[in-house]
Design a protein around this ligand. Structure first.
Ligand SMILES: [Zn+2]
Length: 252
């Protein structure tokens, strides 16, 4: 497998903003392994999070390689837990009152002035509606520029024909809500590291996140949340071993 080895310097210069990044960077220990960045989150960094203060109204395990979706009411919190570690989760959200108003990478990146998603990031829609806000994050940095894996991606990048992809999972999940593949837009990749170098080059880095890493999103308004527990086997985003995740919805 070809791994991206051109991403090394950015690990040490990426946390420059005054947003939550500086604080989060102290939680992560990064090191190099076989010429690839390895991000390591210590298990002691994980506390109980919102579970201490809120009621769990829904909890389920999403098996490896499978999609999931649910309407999340305003002020409810969706917590996504990487149970076994190093599992990418591709994510989209929509204004539940107008499903044509979709998550916008462009608006999200422009408003926060940073290409990485993390604590305090607001996920904006095409119209500028605040859909969800990251309120807990044990990882520190997630991707929103690299999109989801697809049959086309795998053919173009790896020369293989695959059917298990996040794109196909999104199609399945969206169909349950009356949406077609035209609703699939550039998404958030939770637990996936795509460092961007000063010269603009970017690639998926190996991120050895330990079991129990999680991210929590508070819904700013009623949203449709859709995710794909990524089945990709041709790059390091899942450690070449897709595993189950846990989704929890909490309410005060
Ligand atoms: Zn994928």
């Amino acid at each position: 497998m070809k791994r991206i080895a051109t991403v090394i310097p950015v690990l040490f210069c990426r946390f420059q903003s005054s947003s939550g990044f500086d604080k989060r960077s102290k939680k992560s220990k990064g090191f190099l392994k076989n010429g690839v960045i390895v991000d390591l989150v210590k298990p002691e960094d994980h506390d109980e999070g919102h579970g201490d203060l809120m009621d769990i109204i829904y909890e389920d395990i999403v098996p490896a390689k499978q999609p999931w979706s649910r309407v999340i009411a305003a002020d409810e919190v969706l917590k996504i837990t990487d149970l076994e570690g190093q599992q990418a989760v591709d994510f989209l959200c929509y204004d539940a009152k107008d499903l044509t108003d979709r998550y916008s990478t462009m608006n999200t990146v422009k408003v926060q002035g940073n290409v990485y998603v993390g604590l305090d990031t607001v996920l904006y829609s095409d119209s500028g509606t605040a859909l969800m806000t990251v309120v807990e994050d044990t990882v520190g940095r997630h991707d929103t520029i690299y999109g989801c894996c697809s049959t086309a991606n795998n053919r173009l990048r790896y020369g293989v024909e695959t059917t298990e992809t996040c794109y196909a999972n999104f199609e399945k999940a969206l169909a349950q809500h009356g949406l077609g593949k035209d609703a699939i837009v550039s998404n958030v990749n939770w637990f996936m590291s795509v460092p961007v170098l000063a010269d603009g080059s970017a690639g998926i880095a190996q991120a050895e996140l330990l079991p129990g890493s999680y991210v929590s999103l508070r819904a700013n308004t009623e949203v449709l949340a859709v995710l794909s527990n990524c089945p990709e086997m041709h790059n390091p985003c899942n450690g070449y071993n897709p595993t189950p995740i846990k989704v929890t919805v909490l309410r005060e």
